[in-house]
Design a protein around this ligand. Structure first.
Ligand code: PRX
Length: 630
């Protein structure tokens, strides 16, 4: 159902609140179902137990592929732009993509993958990644894509948590000038992964890799021996489609589970309405498929709508800081969706990188993953959009599956750094610390959602109670987002950032506890505490306070060792930007670290530390202030 005017938005919104089931049933009509649903929605937030399109049977790939192959087989589906601009671009039409997905689905089947099995995908941004994802969905296997920047340890943790049977990877990958050994990393991970039976390796870099007999097989060899026809497995709307791991305040990353029917309806609906996608538009989302943005808005959302989706292998600064603008020029991109970090970093390189590029094809710009500051918003608007392209600042999360609060391009009046208004079906509320809803406008609070939408998280893999306690127990009968938010006088929403112990570094979610655990693995470390601090480019940086054993003398070497340890345990994205060695941490008498003080010091705000009289040893604060890193 396509919204075309602000009045239509308002009436869709009103209907979605007064009659959510009627509203979503109408939206869902737009898809091919193998069997219709018996009930649109069943829910309670106590357990939680949310089911959409109950009893409906379908397969998301029939909606992404088969229907478009019937209607427009030779229409481009994916345009692949390689890391090196002098290499050939590849265009996969819907028919080509369909055949390759079916072929690879048959490879999975041949190796014993059946509905409900978990498959880990650890790959760079090449078409085979999208093909692997869709092939899993075709046979009903649950994919767990692990971002290519994670370490062997992180891969192993995720494989073991999900009990994956198969891993799909590549020999290596290229990112800018660097070659990255993907298969070696997988081999290291698999030392501790007893559930993995097969590893399917696609060729990208032709670097030598070890292939273990009986376990490792080549993608290119396998697809030669299978048919390119593969009927889609019949899935229940509530069968899991995928697991995607994400960081929270405590413990290890949790596997967010999304299910087939609701995810399909929600990603397609939000894609076409937020971006106002028109047939034939070229759409370019710069995210990695290893994150939710890539799942929902490179693969599923665009393909569900028969769109042309650009899949870019490289990085924004290779071979130079004009690469995004080159790609827009080369492929005549109409809709461009990126993260504030990228915008801030490219701003710094100056106008010479975009001034001679033809950006006139652009109609819509998008932003996602972190708050966009006004300066970056204005720069994006003036220099890239030339004042003609609305910026859709889209707020959402791994757990929400799709965009929740955002302008609709050309329909909702935008305002710098505001995500503006909720999409139809989304009922946001701001609550105070006591869980009381804050009414009216011109207010601030914690952002919750009080009614289910089709893309809502269903469970956390293997531990349903963790889902309940993390999202549904802070405030009764509400989904808690973990974000702070203001609603201004116009009723517009502005997300102010996380209110929990999650840091958002360049749009990547990192749990402070995770980084602390990794730092504490270093032999010389006694204890550590990690906080976020404002960072000009990354949004937030990671500041670690570390207590070392007295014996470590060479602090520079220890610092480097700690960075290497964090890289090894989590991955380079979690490396602290600043490490301050301290003799003690500010703890209350009950042993709790007062992070508020650490955050203030990291921000350089020494005068507003608040009451420190409840500390066991207020003296440590002076030491911490004295050694603070600018
Ligand atoms: O803090 C919010 C921030 O990113 C978090 C979700 O991260 P993740 O699950 O990795 O998903 C990122 C891509 C959707 C949120 O809790 N965030 C996301 N989008 C915005 C944002 N903060 C402000 N404005 C946004 N547009």
């Amino acid at each position: 159902m396509r919204i075309r005017t602000f009045e239509e938005y308002q009436s869709a919104y009103d209907q979605s609140v007064s009659d959510p089931e009627g509203f979503w049933a109408e939206v869902a009509q737009d898809f091919e179902w193998k069997k219709p649903w018996k009930k649109v929605l069943d829910w309670n937030f106590e357990e939680p137990n949310v089911k959409w399109f109950v009893g409906g049977k379908m397969n998301i790939t029939e909606n992404c592929l088969d229907r478009h192959v019937r209607e427009k087989p030779n229409h481009p589906a994916i345009i692949w732009e390689p890391n090196d601009p002098s290499d050939d671009t590849a265009t996969l039409t819907y028919k080509m993509l369909f055949e390759r997905v079916c072929q690879f689905a048959n490879v999975l089947k041949k190796h014993g993958v059946v509905k409900g099995d978990r498959v880990c995908i650890y790959m760079p941004m090449i078409p085979e990644l999208a093909i692997a994802v869709l092939a899993c969905a075709r046979v009903g296997a649950i994919h767990s894509v692990v971002f290519g920047g994670f370490s062997a340890q992180s891969i192993a943790d995720r494989i073991n948590d999900a009990g994956c049977k198969v891993v799909i990877t590549t020999d290596g990958s290229v990112r800018g000038p660097k070659q990255i050994p993907m298969k070696d990393t997988v081999d290291d991970a698999l030392i501790g992964c007893p559930t993995v039976e097969k590893v399917i390796v696609s060729t990208r870099t032709r670097t030598p890799v070890s292939m273990i007999k009986g376990r490792d097989i080549w993608w290119e060899e396998e697809v030669k021996h299978v048919s390119s026809e593969c009927p889609a497995e019949e899935m229940d709307a509530e069968d899991p489609l995928f697991i995607l791991y994400t960081s929270g305040s405590t413990g290890k990353p949790k596997g967010v589970v999304h299910t087939c029917g609701g995810y399909m309806v929600y990603t397609a609906y939000t894609f076409e309405n937020v971006f106002q996608y028109e047939p034939g538009d070229v759409y370019f989302c710069t995210a990695d498929i290893g994150w939710i943005t890539g799942h929902s808005y490179i693969v599923y959302g665009p393909l569900l709508r028969g769109a042309i989706s650009v899949l870019f292998e490289g990085i924004p600064t290779y071979p130079d800081a004009g690469r995004f603008w080159d790609i827009i020029d080369k492929h005549k991109v109409n809709i461009f969706y990126t993260a504030p970090t990228a915008i801030r970093s490219l701003m710094g390189f100056g106008p010479e990188y975009f001034k001679n590029k033809d950006l006139s094809s652009l109609k819509v710009l998008g932003s996602v993953g972190e708050p966009i500051n006004e300066e970056a918003w204005n720069w994006y608007n003036e220099n890239i959009g030339k004042g003609n392209c609305p910026i859709v600042d889209t707020w959402w999360q791994t757990e929400t599956a799709g965009i929740m609060i955002s302008p609709l391009a050309h329909i909702t009046k935008t305002k710098p750094s505001f995500a503006t208004l909720p999409l139809p079906g989304v009922q946001p509320v701001l609550v105070d610390e006591n869980g009381q809803e804050i009414q009216g406008n011109g207010v601030n609070g914690n952002l919750c959602i009080k009614f289910p939408w089709p893309g809502i998280i269903r469970t956390t893999w293997g531990d349903h109670d963790r889902c309940r306690t993390t999202y549904f127990s802070t405030y009764k009968n509400m989904y808690f987002t973990g974000d702070g938010c203001m609603r201004d006088e116009d009723g517009y929403y502005r997300i102010t950032g996380r209110v929990d112990d999650v840091i958002n570094v360049s749009g990547h979610r990192i749990g402070t506890a995770e980084v602390e655990n990794a730092i504490n693995m270093h032999t010389g470390v006694v204890e550590s505490a990690v906080v976020g601090y404002p960072h000009d480019i990354k949004g937030q940086g990671i500041y670690a306070y570390v207590i070392c054993e007295a014996s470590s003398h060479d602090s520079e070497l220890t610092r480097k060792d700690i960075l290497a340890t964090v890289s090894r345990i989590i991955g380079p994205i979690a490396k602290p930007d600043k490490i301050q060695f301290v003799s003690g941490l500010p703890k209350t008498r009950s042993g709790k670290i007062m992070r508020r003080i650490l955050r203030k010091v990291a921000e350089g705000d020494f005068n507003n530390l608040g009451d420190i009289s409840t500390l066991l040893d207020p003296g440590v604060v002076e030491d911490i202030k004295a050694g603070a890193i600018k």
